[in-house]
Design a protein around this ligand. Structure first.
Ligand code: AMP
Ligand code: MG
Length: 346
């Protein structure tokens, strides 16, 4: 399949009638899959009401079929069609954080969305992205759009159109290239389907932000305890992983250098993932600077591009610094730990 590519200027005023947008939207209406930028990462979109379309997402990504998708909307009015009830807490959170990087799991009306979107659950995950290209595309298609991240399953999520092309060229109908995304880690997934909100995946909107608006939030045990199966099916898979094994080191720079030297002495090519503050502290075959420790948002924004860069550097082993788990740091550490398959070295 030839993958079409459209270039749009995300900073300019965008209209639903711009030819790039209408052409991409037309493909979505024809039940094809199209990648597009959001404020978190690039999404791989398809008509959420059509099983043939949604099946193409799973095929292109090689995604396990029990991992449900997030439905993206451009207008609150679209919810009526497929959500059976919006709890008060969810209404409050939508007002405060939509459009934005907060996905809400809500009870779903039966028979509207493709059962492949929900993986057979009675709930559905939904969000309104805060990106002019995503909003114009969804609105022009006039459909709820199911969209996981636009990468091959297991690989780091794409934060640039080049990452999407690297993984999916020839496997999807098109890519809307709107430049680099901003936040850089996926949305926060919060279940509002039960009595109290439960955090299922940390992400772009922080737990602290949600709690200051909606009171205490439970955290799914599957996120923190090794023997617990996560509520969110996707959280049980290894994700975001570069080709070489990655270990997260919780000691300081000196300990990381010691480890690097040890691997080096065994003839391995070593990569280190660090921050601007510490970059000068290391000697290794490949050193990747990923944002500033003093501002964890810069780390989140650069993280997936950094993880992908180790593939090109062809290292045998990657050691990453660890980060505080406050604010967006919680999402950064969650992604790093998944990329590392849980390997921490002390
Ligand atoms: P992705 O589409 O790759 O950003 O991942 C979406 C995340 O939301 C995955 O971890 C899914 O398992 C999770 N998710 C989607 N729908 C539901 C749902 N109805 N209940 C719980 N988790 C969900
Ligand atoms: Mg993903």
């Amino acid at each position: 399949m030839k993958t079409r590519r459209w270039f749009v200027d995300s900073s300019a005023e965008l209209s639903t009638t711009d030819p790039q947008i209408t052409q991409a939207a037309e493909l979505l209406r024809q039940n094809e899959v199209v990648a597009f930028p959001t404020e978190t990462v690039y999404g791989l979109g398809a008509n959420a009401e059509n099983t043939e379309a949604v099946t193409k997402i799973y095929e292109a990504k090689g995604r396990p079929s029990d991992n449900p998708l997030i439905v993206h909307i451009s207008d609150i009015g679209q919810l009526d069609r497929f959500i059976s009830h919006i709890p008060e807490t969810a209404k409050k959170l939508m007002k405060l954080f939509w459009p934005g990087a907060l996905t809400l799991v809500l009870p779903c009306k039966p028979g509207v969305l493709s059962p492949r979107v929900t993986a057979g659950l009675e709930t559905v995950a939904v969000r309104m992205p805060d990106h002019p290209v995503a909003l114009a595309l969804i609105s022009s298609a006039g459909l709820p759009i199911a969209a996981p991240s636009a990468n091959l399953s297991g690989k780091p999520s794409p934060t640039k159109a080049e990452h999407v092309a690297h993984d999916l060229n020839g496997r999807i109908a098109g890519i809307v290239d709107g430049g680099a995304t901003g936040i850089g880690v996926e949305s926060t997934v919060l279940s509002c389907a039960g009595k109290q909100p439960v955090l299922l995946r940390p992400g772009g909107v922080t737990k602290e932000q949600i709690e200051s608006a909606a009171g205490p939030v439970l955290v799914d045990k599957g996120l923190t305890e090794e023997d617990e199966v996560p509520i969110s099916p996707g959280m049980k898979y290894t994700h975001y992983a570069p080709s070489a094994p990655l270990a997260v080191a919780d000691g300081g720079a000196r300990r990381i250098q010691e480890l690097a030297d040890e691997y080096k002495s065994r003839g391995k090519r070593i990569g280190i993932l660090t921050t601007e503050e510490n970059a000068e502290s290391y000697q290794a075959d490949f050193i990747k600077v990923c944002g500033r420790r003093a501002d964890l948002e810069t780390v989140a924004s650069a993280l997936y591009d950094a993880l992908r860069s180790f593939d090109e550097a062809e290292v045998d082993m990657i050691i990453s610094e660890s980060f505080p788990d406050t604010g967006v740091g919680l999402a950064v550490m969650n992604r790093l730990m998944k990329a590392a398959g849980g390997t921490v070295i002390h």
